[in-house]
Design a protein around this ligand. Structure first.
Ligand code: 13P
Length: 253
């Protein structure tokens, strides 16, 4: 069972090579090697290789923001799981709402990407979340159950596989105003029950973590991670400055 809380920074398309290296070097200096918190960073594809070299020897895990669902072939502009492995990636964000919204990423694509990530022993962080209209229409639970089921149904989880589901309510991302932690906890419970409907309970306990994302910072992080069902956070804006990101990690220790 993986009891460690997970803190992952999603740098989105916000940092170039120089800025990424500066941030990676800053994090390596500030994040202690021995920590119960598992830390990951997800730079742009163009910065993965140098950032991998920069954080080597630390316990910071490298992640990508996307991958393609085939091993190789005529797929212009895409990046395969083995290419990510070669660069040192141990985790990958899949199905972020920005990709669903702007790149037309469907539940079926999310499923195929999750499957191939696991086959390549890259930990998938599968993002799910409702938009504001869906929340106001009281469809949140329905949307979440549907997204989690379509992403994970039929995927065979093996003994050492680690999977993460990130609940990111679309309407709070980048807003500076996180969701009420009790409301997040409710959705985490819905996700956990959906996972239990799809897998034996031991598999859910041993192989899955459910984390929260959306306007997390060092002031509000423990209001989420203090909840038993919230096993970490996915951080956007507050992961772009070394000090802010480290403050989040230190706050939850
Ligand atoms: P913010 O932390 O900037 O709201 O972004 C959250 C997010 O989208 C992480 O994937």
């Amino acid at each position: 069972m993986n009891n460690n809380l997970l803190v992952v920074g999603n740098w989105k398309m916000k940092l170039g090579l120089k800025e990424s290296l500066k941030l990676a070097n800053g994090l390596k200096k500030k994040i202690k090697r021995k920590s119960k918190v598992e830390v990951g960073i997800c730079p742009s594809h163009s910065s993965l290789y140098p950032v991998a070299a920069a954080v080597r020897g630390s316990n910071i895990k490298l992640g990508a923001q996307n991958l393609f669902w085939e091993e190789e072939g005529a797929f212009t502009g895409e990046i395969s799981p083995s290419m990510l492995k070669e660069l040192g990636c141990e985790l990958v964000i899949i199905g972020h709402s920005e990709r669903r919204q702007y790149l037309g990423e469907t539940d079926e694509m999310v499923h195929k990407k999750t499957r191939i990530a696991l086959e390549n022993k890259i930990m998938p962080i599968v993002c799910v979340g409702e938009n504001l209209e869906e929340r106001e229409d009281k469809k949140t639970d329905f949307i979440i159950i549907n997204q989690v089921t379509k992403a994970l149904q039929g995927i065979n989880v093996e003994e050492n596989d680690q999977l993460v589901v990130a609940y990111e309510p679309v309407w709070v991302i980048g807003s500076g105003q996180a969701i009420n932690p009790e409301d997040a906890e409710h959705v985490h419970r819905v996700i956990r029950q959906t996972l239990i409907d799809l897998n034996p309970k031991e598999v859910v306990d041993n192989n899955f973590r459910i984390i929260y994302g959306g306007s997390v910072d060092s002031d509000n992080v423990t209001s989420f991670t203090d909840k038993k069902l919230i096993e970490g956070v996915l951080v956007g804006g507050a992961s772009l400055k070394a000090e802010k990101f480290v403050n989040i990690i230190n706050a939850i220790k």
